[in-house]
Design a protein around this ligand. Structure first.
Ligand code: SF4
Length: 494
C-alpha cells in the first residue's frame, strides 16, 4: 500500500491512552533509570490502539485539528501510530509533522533531574528516538515539529527541519504545499491564530476525549504563552460535533478544553453564566460517562461561585460521577509577585485579594467535589525569600483540601514577555524554594491515594494495573521520604 505524502505522529509519551487517567502522563518527565521502560509503558503510558494501516485510532486534540485542516485544504494525511511507522512512512512520505507538548523535557524536568539526578526523562529520550527513527533516516522526509512545546526546539540542533510555532490550522497546509513543491521554507515558522469559528471539526477521536472549546487568554501573565494569543471561543455546534465524534468512536469520558471554561462565550472578564450552563447541559445530554474541564481561572470561579455549583449540578457530580477535575493557576502566594508579573490574574478583584480568593475557591472546590490540580511558578524574576514564604503559607492553608499542587521552577518560554530571562535552577534556588517543593511533595503524596481512587472512575485498566499503581504509590512514600525531609528543612534534595 502506498504511504501518504504527509504523516502526522508523535512519540509514545504523547500517543498514549494513559489508561484513561491523563495525569498518569506526567510520569513521562521521570528518567528511564528510575522508571524502566517496561514499567513506564505498562503502568503509565500504554500505547493508543492502532489500525491495520498503522494509523493511531486516538490522537492528541491538536494533531486532530491539524489533520482536519489538511483534509480541508485537499491533502491526504495519515495520523500514524509511533509503533507502526513502517506502515505509514515510506518513499512517498515527504513530510512528517510531530505534535509535542514537552519534546525536550524543559517544563518540569530540571527539578526532577536535580531532585533525582538519574539522567534524561522519558519524554526527551522518546522524542529524540522518534526523530532518529531508522525510517526517518532512510526516507529523509522533512520533519516539522509543532504543538505547545515546539518552542523548546529553538536553538537546539537535534535534526528537526522546521519548528512550527503558533496555531497549525492557519498556515501549516500552505507550508506543506511549499515543501511538496520544493520551495524554500524557513527553519522557524510562525503560524497565525485562527478565529474561533474557523477551528475545524475533528476527523477522529481524541486522547482523553478532549473537546476543544476555545483558545487564548486575556489575562496577560508574563510567563505564559496562551496569553500571547487573543481569547476566542468556538460555536457550540462545532464543540458538540467534536464531542459526538468521540462518543461514537467509543470514548466514554469527555474533557472540555480551553484556558478557562467559565470564560466561555464571555466578552470580558465576567463569566456569561447562561452560556456556560448551556454548554455543559448540551454536552451532558450527549451522554458521556464523566465530564471534566481542563482549566479554570480562580478569578472567574471566585466572581460567580454559584456558577460552579450550577455546573456541578448539571454534570451530576455526586450522582453520575464522583468528582470533577480542573487545572488552576495558583502560581504564587505573594500579591507583590502577582502585581509584578500577573497584574490581570485576579481581575476584576485586585492582586491584593489573591490569597483570599484562592482559599475561598479551595473551600468551594471541596464542598462541590472538584479536584484542583494547581500549578505554582517558583523563581519568577524579583521573587524574594519573603515572597516564597507567602506561597508556603498559602499552600499550608489549603493542605487539607484534596488535590495536587505542582511547583514548577520558572523556565522562560520563548515568545513570552519573560522569554529572555533566566530560569530557576538548583544553584539559584533559595532554602525557601526547597521548603516549598518539599511541602508540595508532602501534600501530593498525602492525597495521591484518594486521587487514585477517584480517578478509577475514568480508568480503563484492570485490577492488576490498579494493584501495581497502588504499590507504586506506597513505594513512592518510602523512596521520596529522605528527599522530602531534606527539602522541608530548606536543603536541596541531594
Ligand atoms: S491566566 Fe493562565 S492561561 Fe491566562 S495568561 Fe495567566 S497563566 Fe496564562
Amino acid at each position: 500500500m502506498e504511504c501518504k505524502k504527509i504523516v502526522l505522529t508523535s512519540d509514545r509519551t504523547m500517543m498514549s491512552s494513559y489508561h484513561g487517567g491523563v495525569l498518569l502522563g506526567f510520569v513521562s518527565i521521570m528518567p528511564q533509570r528510575v522508571m524502566p521502560d517496561l514499567l513506564f509503558t505498562k503502568l503509565f503510558c500504554p500505547p493508543v490502539p492502532a489500525g491495520p494501516d498503522g494509523s493511531a485510532t486516538l490522537a492528541p486534540c491538536g494533531m486532530r485539528k491539524v489533520e482536519a485542516a489538511l483534509y480541508d485544504a485537499g491533502f491526504e494525511v495519515t495520523v500514524a501510530h509511533p509503533d507502526h511507522l513502517d506502515k505509514a512512512i515510506g518513499p512517498e512520505t515527504k513530510i512528517v509533522g510531530i505534535t509535542h507538548d514537552d519534546p525536550m523535557g524543559k517544563i518540569a524536568v530540571r527539578e526532577i533531574e536535580e531532585i533525582i539526578n538519574q539522567g534524561p526523562p522519558h519524554n526527551r529520550s522518546k522524542f529524540l528516538a522518534l526523530i532518529n527513527h531508522p525510517l526517518m533516516k532512510k526516507y529523509r522526509p522533512k520533519v516539522v515539529v509543532g504543538g505547545n512545546g515546539a518552542w523548546e526546539l529553538l536553538g537546539e540542533d537535534v535534526g528537526v527541519d522546521h519548528v512550527y510555532l503558533g496555531e497549525g490550522e492557519s498556515d501549516f497546509p500552505e507550508i506543506c504545499a511549499k515543501i511538496l513543491s520544493g520551495e524554500e521554507v524557513p527553519h522557524v515558522i510562525r503560524g497565525r491564530a485562527v478565529q474561533g469559528e474557523d477551528i475545524p471539526v475533528n476527523r477522529g477521536p481524541t486522547i482523553a476525549g478532549i473537546v476543544e472549546v476555545g483558545r487564548g487568554c486575556g489575562r496577560g501573565c508574563a510567563f505564559c504563552s496562551p496569553t500571547m494569543r487573543g481569547i476566542r471561543h468556538r460555536p457550540l455546534e462545532k464543540i458538540l460535533e467534536d464531542a459526538r465524534i468521540n462518543l461514537h468512536a467509543g470514548q466514554r469520558d469527555l474533557l472540555l478544553h480551553s484556558e478557562d471554561i467559565f470564560a466561555y462565550g464571555s466578552k470580558g472578564m465576567k463569566p456569561d453564566s447562561e452560556k456556560v450552563q448551556r454548554l455543559i447541559r448540551e454536552i451532558k445530554a450527549l451522554g458521556p460517562k464523566t465530564l471534566d474541564v481542563s482549566h479554570l481561572s480562580i478569578a472567574t470561579v471566585y466572581q460567580d461561585q454559584d456558577l460552579l455549583r450550577k455546573v456541578s449540578e448539571i454534570a451530576g457530580i455526586g450522582s453520575d460521577q464522583r468528582y470533577m477535575s480542573a487545572w488552576i493557576g495558583m502560581e504564587t502566594g505573594s500579591c507583590r509577585i502577582l502585581s509584578m508579573h500577573m497584574p490581570r490574574k485576579a481581575l476584576p478583584e485586585s492582586p491584593q485579594s489573591w490569597t483570599k480568593m484562592v482559599q475561598e475557591c479551595y473551600d468551594l472546590f471541596s464542598e462541590e467535589s472538584w479536584l484542583p490540580v494547581a500549578s505554582l511558578v517558583l523563581g519568577l524574576p524579583g521573587e524574594t525569600a519573603e515572597d516564597v514564604r507567602m506561597t508556603i503559607d498559602l499552600v499550608d492553608s489549603v493542605k487539607d483540601h484534596t488535590g495536587l499542587i505542582l511547583p514548577l521552577f520558572f523556565s522562560p518560554m520563548a515568545e513570552t514577555k519573560l522569554g529572555g530571562g533566566a530560569g530557576l535552577n538548583k544553584e539559584r534556588a533559595m532554602p525557601e524554594h526547597w521548603e516549598l517543593v518539599g511541602l508540595c511533595l508532602e501534600y501530593n503524596l498525602r492525597h495521591l491515594k484518594k486521587l487514585h481512587s477517584f480517578y478509577s472512575e475514568r480508568m480503563t485498566s484492570g485490577p492488576a494495573i490498579h494493584a501495581a499503581l497502588t504499590a507504586v504509590n506506597l513505594l513512592s512514600d518510602v523512596a521520596l521520604c529522605k528527599y522530602l525531609k531534606r527539602m522541608k528543612r530548606g536543603e536541596p534534595p541531594n
